[in-house]
Design a protein around this ligand. Sequence first.
Ligand SMILES: Cc1ncc(COP(=O)(O)O)c(C=O)c1O
Length: 424
Amino acid sequence: MTAYPKMTAEERKAEYAKVTKEYEDLKARGLKLNMARGKPGKAQLDLVSDIFDLMQKPEDYVSDGVDVRNYGELSGLPAAKRLFAEILGCRPEQVFVGGNASLQLMYDTISKAYTHGLLRSERPWCREPVVKFLCPSPGYDRHFKVTESFGFELITIPMTEEGPDMDAVEEAIKDPAVKGMWNVPKYSNPDGFIYSAETIRRIASMKPAAADFLLMWDNAYCVHEFEGDFVEFPDILAECAKYGNADMVFEFASTSKITFPGGGISCFACSEANMAYMEKLIGIQTISFDKVNQQRHVLYLKDKAHTLELMKKHAAIMGPKFRCVVDALDREIAPLEIASWRRPTGGYFVSLYAMPGTARRTLALCKEAGVTMTGAGATYPYGKDPQDSNIRIAPSLPPLEELEQAIAVLCVCLKMAALECLGV
Ligand SMILES: Cc1ncc(COP(=O)(O)O)c(C=O)c1O
């Protein structure tokens, strides 16, 4: 197979006629497939549904002497704090266990910075003339939307295989209006990159001009390998503390992709000084979070080792799906030299870089053929991919047979869009 950019105009024309025919055939199947969001598939939800067999006896409602059915323990059940602390490698006193979604805790942290200010703020961010936030991109669309919704100016920081481009970060933080930075340090969304030790050292030792700089450390995929063994990661709280930055960081995690998205438990971890400050503010919002679900998760997940065993079972379901996607791309697209991608080993996405200027067209073609994918540009601030290239593939939800069809559609659409861009 000749690479498309090396084809003559005649060859491209013939190839375009061929792939258009394939596309029309696929379209005629009336497919309705969704690869838009990183949702676990039904088999994964079934896998963990025995969690509901727990908590049948009265003593199951008592944890460390606390009746989990009643008000109290604002910052979470001690046992739930111990569980997250063991997974994240920090201390239980540094953990606040919240409700069903870490995104809500992230939003709330930003929101509090805006309305009340953070521990080290001179004034609430709403009183600042401009607030800027660093967004390593491509990144998680919902992160960017949170900071956009508060009217912050989003600054794109290029992502590399080692994590965010730290030269760009170190330059940007000289501006006191730069108040924080989003991070997904392990299996970044969507690239699946793991921040290198050197990147983490440079982040932890930053000296931002803003005294209340907020390092948002979203460890959403901290135990989510689907290929190979568990990859250890450093405790970011200890790393930051080492460089006198103990109060700069808030780390987030949840069981959304361990048990149930939207039905699990979440946490943030921070310095004890930040914890005291946050507890005061959160204590006005709520008396306590859902400790019944916290207890259910403590009894079910038990500890880190047991959680990692469960993640192996998720991996047995997820691994073949990711292999199906990447194998199809390797087979169908690699020889054409119209896109690039890497083989992730954890997280929930495959990040594909289509020929610049073709992502939007590719996804429009997919949609017309019944395959919904994450919108073009979603992985960049303001939903605008300057290259119109990045496509986020979320292979977890469809069963394998459907996934095969969906990826076949994507491959044909990539080919059509590339040929159109090259000229047919
Ligand atoms: C990086 C990242 N953080 C957070 C979330 C959402 O987590 P939660 O369900 O705990 O709000 C997702 C979901 O896709 C994600 O990709």
